[in-house]
Design a protein around this ligand. Structure first.
Ligand code: NAD
Ligand code: TYD
Length: 339
């Protein structure tokens, strides 16, 4: 079995490769990543020398390169993590989100159609459902919730989902889609809430909280997400969407205060800043379907997961420093320029 993982030098894709290589030692893994600012070869350091692992630098929106890769490598399964993933950047510069997230997905779907595939899995997000009000804790996103996006990021992810479903219906391509809530854990790029707050608190820098910090996110430890995708690509039904989440809702302010407590930092670091435009209020996943149909349940609570995550950042300060200083790009040149 050969699995092509796009975006594997990023946060979740990298964790997925580590997870899968641990539990499927006989599989081969091919990572295709364009190494944007968010891609980091050091995230793949633990598997770089494994004979079952191969890395190719390519843009998923580059049809010629992607077809060449499919022709040469003949993957059995494709798991598409590659994306522009940061809402704030999508507000500043929407175009690259359409190119990578929509056109890139379409190129991959065309490649699967042309060369054949056992399964194309699209890693999507709960953000395609829009948001829920703060005063209705009884409401959750199910797979039937209408798509209703807020940001250019979520609009691009929803567009990709619709394309994936169109290729299932029109071309009978074997596809699945997962829509997960906010992830956290090791190798998370420090532009997102949790790693940014950890990085800043470690340096005694201010902790920028948007608005009043009342927005709610439903946090899932990244390894639980990886295990859910593993189950879906092996046992999921073609054409189906699976929501993934673990009922770990927290306000942003609660998350920031937890990090401050764990690091023994000062709450004086909290700085309330201007709110994000179009800021989604609350995300909350109903994971009943994946639990009932595929037996998946999360295993890590937020209290345990945040401790593990902070511990990882304390033990991997160099990873953080390199990614902040951009040294990772030089690492790629050093390691791969002759390969
Ligand atoms: P990330 O930004 O950390 O990583 C994205 C990776 O994709 C990077 O390695 C980057 O180099 C690569 N990439 C970007 N453009 C590319 C292109 N054109 N061609 C090839 N590679 C390219 O993102 P992440 O947080 O790991 O998210 C991965 C996926 O999971 C995304 O599709 C995202 O929408 C989805 N998702 C993320 C979360 C979350 O909380 N982070 C939650 C649900 C779903
Ligand atoms: P983020 O990690 O960007 O994920 P998403 O917007 O995809 O949910 O942000 C999580 C929440 O934290 C979101 O409500 C915005 C908020 N936030 C801050 O308050 N301050 C920050 O510096 C960042 C990056 C996010």
């Amino acid at each position: 079995m050969k699995i092509l993982v796009t975006g594997g030098a990023g946060f979740i894709g990298g964790n997925f490769i580590h997870y899968m290589m641990k539990y499927h030692e006989d599989y081969e893994f091919l990572c295709v990543d364009f190494l944007t600012y968010a891609g980091n070869m050091e995230t793949l350091e633990p598997v770089i020398n494994n004979s079952k692992f191969k890395f190719i630098k390519a843009d998923i929106a580059d049809r010629k390169s992607i077809y060449e890769i499919f022709r040469e490598e003949k993957p059995d399964i494709v798991v598409n993590f590659a994306a522009e993933s940061h809402v704030d950047r999508s507000i500043e510069e929407p175009e690259i989100f359409l190119k990578t997230n929509v056109m890139g997905t379409q190129v991959l779907l065309d490649a699967c159609k042309k060369f054949g595939i056992q399964r194309f899995h699209q890693v999507s997000t709960d953000e395609v459902y829009g948001d829920l009000p703060l005063d209705r804790s009884d409401l959750y996103f199910t797979e039937e919730t209408p798509l209703h996006t807020s940001s250019p990021y979520s609009a691009s992810k929803a567009s990709a989902d619709l394309l994936v479903q169109a290729y299932y219906r029109t071309f009978k391509l074997p596809v699945t889609i997962s829509r997960c809530s906010n992830n956290y854990g090791p190798y998370h790029f420090p532009e997102k809430l949790i790693p940014l707050m950890i990085a800043n608190a470690l340096k005694g820098k201010s902790l920028p909280v948007y608005g009043r910090g009342e927005n709610i996110r439903d946090w899932l430890y990244v390894e639980d997400h990886c295990r859910a995708i593993d189950v879906i690509i092996h046992e999921g039904t073609n054409g189906e969407v699976y929501n993934i989440g673990g009922h770990n809702e927290r306000t942003n302010l609660e998350v920031v205060k937890t990090i401050i407590r764990e690091l023994d930092a000062s709450e004086d670091l909290i700085t309330f800043v201007a709110d994000r435009a179009g800021h989604d209020l609350r995300y909350a996943i109903d994971p009943t379907k994946i639990h009932n149909e595929l037996g998946w349940l999360p295993t890590t609570t937020f209290d345990d997961g945040i401790k593990k995550t902070i511990q990882w950042y304390l033990e991997n300060k160099q990873w953080l420093e390199n990614i902040i200083s951009g040294e990772d790009q030089q690492y790629y040149e050093k390691m791969y320029s002759n390969k």
